[in-house]
Write a protein that binds this ligand. Structure first.
Ligand SMILES: [Zn+2]
Length: 244
């Protein structure tokens, strides 16, 4: 397995993409345009650099249009300031941020009705962002561990509940290592429960099928028949969910 960067030329523009060589049953070149407009190409081991270049060039217009759409959507998301009244998401619900200034020993982050109340001794965008981020991580660790347990038990192949870790990522919700450790993006805890279940189910299917092979999608569709609609709704909210 390896990664390398290539360039696509289209209509006077140059678009960079990352090629990931995938081992195993994987019969063709697959192109993914991520939410932030980065492009990743999965290629079978036997594909030559020329094959990959040709496959991407053939879909140049599609790649170009998707990259532009993604970038445009991202531009419309305003940077967060972490001030009172700003909306924050948790398990698909909107909460209003309330920032209070307190002495150091009274610091806290709490959900209270429709509010996420951050009490801190030093109030700034950076300080409040760090507190909220830490709070999301704690919530994500608990909730993901719970769902990972429930979903693992509902599927026939996991021998045990896989180990998982949290990693803040810009373009991915999760991944599954060959050794079976699942990595999940803590920002996913902002999405609704069904979207979280979809990402966890997707990664658990990778315990059986490491690539996005037809067999992988067969397993996924069996485990979650409505996954495509759920994925679509998650992708549509990605810019808001990943905006930190
Ligand atoms: Zn996958």
């Amino acid at each position: 397995m390896g990664h390398f960067e290539r360039l696509l030329h289209y209509g006077g523009e140059v678009i960079q993409y990352t090629v990931r060589v995938a081992t195993g049953r994987h019969e063709r070149v697959r192109i993914h345009v991520h939410h932030d407009g980065t492009v990743e190409v999965e290629a079978p081991e036997e594909a030559t650099a020329e094959d990959i270049g040709k496959a991407v060039q053939k879909r140049a217009r599609w790649v170009h249009d998707h990259v532009h759409d993604a970038k445009r959507r991202f531009e419309h998301v305003l940077p967060r300031e972490y001030v009172s009244g700003e909306q924050v998401l948790y398990l698909g619900r909107r909460y209003s941020l309330k920032v209070r200034h307190v002495p150091r020993d009274k610091r806290s982050v709490k959900l209270k009705g429709g509010l996420l109340e951050v009490a801190h001794d030093y109030v700034s965008t950076e300080a409040v962002r760090a507190r909220v981020r830490a709070w999301y991580k704690v919530k994500a660790r608990d909730y993901f561990a719970y769902r990972l347990g429930v979903i693992s038990k509902s599927l026939p192949w996991p021998q045990e509940i896989p180990k998982f870790q949290l990693k803040e990522m810009r373009t991915r919700w999760g991944s599954c290592a060959a050794g079976g450790t699942v990595t999940l993006n803590p920002f996913l805890v902002r999405a609704n429960r069904e979207c979280i279940d979809y990402v966890i189910t997707h990664e658990l299917c990778h315990l059986r099928e490491h690539n996005h092979s037809p067999e992988f999608f067969r397993l996924l569709s069996h485990a979650m028949p409505q996954w495509e609609a759920v994925k679509r709704s998650l992708d549509e909210k990605a810019e808001i969910i990943l905006n930190d």
